[in-house]
Design a binder for this molecule. Structure first.
Ligand code: AMP
Ligand code: GLY
Length: 436
């Protein structure tokens, strides 16, 4: 089979690595890929993964590439091309493509759509209101006592969520989104949610339009610095599984979210094929959905796919063809941890082009896989090319073992200004310690 993967981050490297392990893949292109992706060999022995210099958002060029090379399956990693309708355009020309179509991708591209959907179909979520005018939005803020989350409706590079401690902050947030239009068209409406307290976990479910297969829980660390200090980032590290929901609780939470969600999709004629990724707050009143994403999480993918036993290609094919009810997800009975190494300054401005040392040294470590996120090649040298640079991922018998292995590898990798969090997994380790 010939596969085209769209995207260039750590998530896409993990997808490519897992797909390349499928014996049926004879050729794989990645647009645009990164330095690490271009070093992956196909398990079929048919060669190496090929990076093609087309941006993930250049749908015209991607289609042109498909017309010339005829991939049997295209796999979309990031949210932007999904929101732009890549799936619809590929399908119109008869290409098989994995990911939600533009209408289904609204679960991520419009928080207002998601919020209304959750309320309509009884999916547990925060108390919330959706507004297009500042006056009523302010009144709602006041009714919540000021402490709330103020969110721009559309995709805003992960920056459209403003957590507010009091009324003044929340009024300013409403003005920034609705009046000053700091997020452009993404802020034509605003969602205001009550502030939920609890532990946050990521859920993923692979869907084919009728069936949703739930993954184990994972947890991301969104703040840049240890002890959850510093600015919000795309994610500085993950681990899987988490100890915060027992298997029975996970099944119950999955049912409470996915059953009404599937019923709502059927009622609204939404054919969701892809990953539904609810961000969940475990509150005293039970799990509540903060938001839906319509793609794999990054860096959640890195810990999920290192634990996954299944052939990912078969799962994605079943998702596209509507045959997931015949599949069962299987996971290695181990823990996986991913530590993100980022450029100095991230999530603010940062420099690129710093040579990365130590990659060859860690390549041989058992149970360790370094996924590249923001890297490129400068002749034969791998150099930094983004904010999040690498996702150092390790398996272990338990979380502590996986974490030690991951940090042992991190410590052998060097580039100027490299920064990472040193406390990935701390909540789970603390909880486990309390139970002992
Ligand atoms: P979102 O993009 O909607 O997931 O929001 C980004 C982050 O803001 C989440 O991962 C949470 O940490 C936080 N957040 C969002 N909504 C809420 C809420 N209603 N209560 C508390 N924290 C929230
Ligand atoms: N891990 C955060 C995200 O993918 O949105």
């Amino acid at each position: 089979m010939k596969i085209l993967v769209v995207g260039s981050g750590g998530r896409e490297h993990a997808l490519v690595w897992k797909l390349a392990a499928s014996p049926r893949v004879r050729r794989m292109w990645v647009a645009p890929g990164n330095a690490g992706i271009g070093l992956e060999d196909l398990a079929s022995g048919a060669g190496r993964v090929e990076c093609v210099p087309i941006s993930a958002e250049d749908l015209d060029q991607l289609l042109e590439f498909a017309r010339t090379h005829h991939p049997d399956l295209t796999v979309v990693g990031p949210d932007n091309p999904l929101a732009l309708g890549i799936v619809d355009r590929f399908q119109r020309e008869g290409f098989s493509i994995w990911g939600p179509n533009q209408s289904a991708a609204r679960f991520e591209s419009s928080k207002a759509f998601s919020q209304s959907f959750m309320e309509k179909y009884g999916i547990p979520t925060a108390r919330a209101g959706v507004f297009t005018e500042a006056g009523p939005a302010r009144e709602f803020v006041a009714s919540l006592g000021g402490r709330c989350a103020v969110k721009a409706d559309g995709l805003a590079l992960g920056k459209g969520v403003l957590m507010c401690e009091d009324r003044e902050q929340a009024y300013r947030a409403v003005d920034e989104i609705l009046v000053r239009r700091s997020f452009g068209a993404a802020g034509s409406s605003v969602i205001i949610q009550e502030f939920l307290e609890g532990i946050e976990v990521s859920l993923h479910a692979l869907c084919d339009g009728r069936t949703a297969l739930l993954f184990p829980t994972s947890q991301d660390h969104k703040r840049a610095l240890d002890h959850d200090q510093g600015l919000n980032t795309g994610g500085m590290g993950t681990y899987c599984p988490t100890p915060f929901l027992s298997e029975a609780e996970l099944e119950q939470a999955g049912r409470a979210i996915l059953n009404p969600w599937l019923a709502g999709c059927a009622r609204e004629g939404i054919d969701f094929k892809g990953i539904l990724y609810p961000g969940l707050m475990l509150t005293k009143q039970g799990p509540k959905v903060l938001e839906f994403n319509a793609r794999f999480g990054d860096p959640e993918t890195q810990v999920y796919l290192t634990r996954m036993e299944n052939d990912l290609l078969e799962l994605l094919e079943a998702s596209v063809s509507g045959n997931l009810s015949r599949c069962r997800l299987q996971w290695k009975p181990m823990a996986s941890v991913c530590i993100v190494i980022a450029s100095a300054g991230y999530p603010g401005p940062y420099q690129k082009g710093k040579p990365i040392h130590g990659l060859a040294e860690v390549a041989g470590l058992p149970g360790v896989k370094v996924f590249h996120a923001g890297t490129s090649l400068n002749r034969a040298d791998v150099v930094t090319n983004g904010g999040r640079v690498l996702g150092v991922t390790a398996l272990g018998a338990d979380l502590a073992g996986a974490r030690n292995a991951a940090y042992a590898a991190v410590d052998r990798i060097r580039f100027e200004g490299a920064q990472c969090r040193r406390d990935i997994g701390w909540r789970a380790l603390e909880q486990t310690r309390e139970q002992v």
